[in-house]
Design a protein around this ligand. Structure first.
Ligand code: ATP
Length: 438
């Protein structure tokens, strides 16, 4: 983990939130390469689950919602984790994250025996407007899901979809985690990609299976090694109260196997709660059977940060190349922030720089994620691109300009994973790279 965190900072993926003020626990800032990786991860999700389907409606609901939403959803009363405080050092921990030894829990820091846990609500509370009384209370949403349930009727009225259909959303959520930890694994400001998929009650299991497969497919889209992803059937007593079936997708993170995604069958719990809470009828009329009922819901839920950590930690590789050890990110081209880096062999030769700029401009038009780099020597540039996971580097040298006439208009293309270089003509360069990358 230390190596990944340090690479992320050094190369501009992820910085500690508010770092120059000493940080703010559980917050992280995404730098230029982090944003690029995150956008690729989110775009692949949006493509698979929204753009490529006919039955999905994209949403972007407000983060602040009427407090009654959270009363009806059960979050005000029950979105809580068990908190224990050490009587000696006053550190606070999540009780369910500390193992019992002979029926008691000990402080992980100083081994003092911990007392009984109390429930701590994880929603971040705020006041909306100038009045700070109970009526102005709102919360930074702890999940994106409720923004979809409260818009269920709007989507029905605007689009008249037939069951089964879903709503999908990518957005920020906030949880006042007792103990944020493990870099971007457990944070207080997070991003989720969630689907609420509405079905006829009797058809829930078919859709559950469909999304189970699609979740596996998405882990392939972002390039996660399949043997590092595991399913956990969550047992009766461990499921959220609204769920009749839950599968956690777990991943082998550097600190151990932990939850990556969740897939839950939420029955009609949410639509029922919001019908009662809002007194607005959220039922659906089925033309075929001429009946009116509350659809049931399947919820695949994905964390953006956890996807990113899984991608980064499984891609991080150390090997030996040309007698030197190196670290590189073996990222799939589908998520790599940069696909191709173009270098002039030397910085101070205008004819090399001019030609390299021309190659760069052409490739950028074709492939988008292309950068130009003339900083430091070639070895350093390769190392930098390896570390950010760039699959190919293209170098323009004197032979490109015709020093050896038979090599005129050829360039070297270096492969990140093998370090091997090949000489290609400029004519075939774009199609070679396109085939290898897309
Ligand atoms: P955990 O048991 O790890 O606290 P959870 O079961 O509460 O997670 P859900 O409420 O199911 O998580 O949220 C859906 C997804 O959102 C999770 O699978 C995870 O990818 C992501 N997620 C939840 N909490 C956090 C967090 N604090 N930091 C980063 N991602 C999170």
């Amino acid at each position: 983990m230390e190596k990944i965190i340090s690479l992320c900072k050094r190369r501009g993926f992820i910085y500690q939130g508010s770092e120059i003020y000493g940080g703010l626990a559980g917050t992280w800032d995404y730098g230029p390469l982090g944003v690029a990786l995150k956008n690729n991860i989110q775009n692949l999700w949006w493509k698979r689950f929204v753009l490529d389907r006919e039955d999905m409606y994209g949403m972007d609901a407000a983060i602040l919602m009427n407090q009654n939403v959270w009363k009806a959803s059960g979050h005000v009363a029950g979105f809580a984790d068990p908190l224990v405080e050490c009587p000696k050092c006053h550190m606070r921990f999540r009780a369910d994250h500390i193992e019992d030894v002979d029926g008691v829990k000990h402080c992980p820091t100083d081994k003092t025996i911990l007392g009984a846990p109390r429930m701590f609500n994880m929603m971040l509370k705020t006041n909306v407007g100038a009045l700070e009384d109970d009526s102005s209370i709102s919360y930074l949403r702890p999940e994106t899901a409720q923004g979809m349930f409260v818009n269920f009727k709007n989507v029905l009225d605007s689009f008249h979809p037939k069951l089964p259909f879903g709503m999908a959303q990518i957005g920020k959520a906030f949880r006042n985690e007792i103990a944020p930890r493990d870099f971007i694994f457990r944070v207080r400001e997070l991003e989720q990609m969630e689907i609420e998929y509405f079905v006829k009650p009797e058809n829930w299991d078919g859709s559950f299976e469909e999304f189970r497969k699609e979740m596996w497919n998405y882990t392939k889209d972002v390039g996660l090694p399949q043997e590092m992803v595991h399913e956990l059937e969550v047992a009766d007593g461990d499921r959220a109260h609204y769920s009749k079936r839950t599968i956690d997708f777990e991943f082998d993170f550097p600190f151990g196997k932990s939850e990556l995604y969740g897939l839950a069958y939420r029955t009609d719990f949410d639509l029922k709660s919001h019908t009662t809470g809002s007194t607005v009828d959220l039922s659906y009329f089925d033309e075929e059977s001429k009946t009116r009922f509350l659809p049931h819901c399947i919820e695949p839920s994905f964390g953006v940060g956890r996807t990113m950590l899984a991608v980064l930690s499984s891609a991080y590789t150390e090997d030996e190349l040309g007698g030197e050890t190196r670290a590189y990110l073996k990222l799939s081209p589908k998520v790599a922030p940069v696909l191709v880096a173009v270098f002039p062999l030397l910085k101070n030769k205008p004819e090399l720089v001019g030609k390299a700029r021309e190659v760069y401009t052409n490739l950028k038009k074709e492939l988008g994620r292309v950068v130009f780099d003339d900083n430091g020597n070639i070895g350093k540039r390769y190392r930098r691109q390896d570390e950010i996971g760039t699959p190919f580097c293209v170098t323009i040298d004197f032979d490109t300009l015709g020093e050896k006439p038979e090599l005129l208009d050829t360039v070297t293309v270096r492969d990140r994973d093998t370090g091997e270089q090949k000489r290609l003509s400029l004519k075939e360069l774009t199609s070679y790279l396109r085939d290898a990358l897309i």
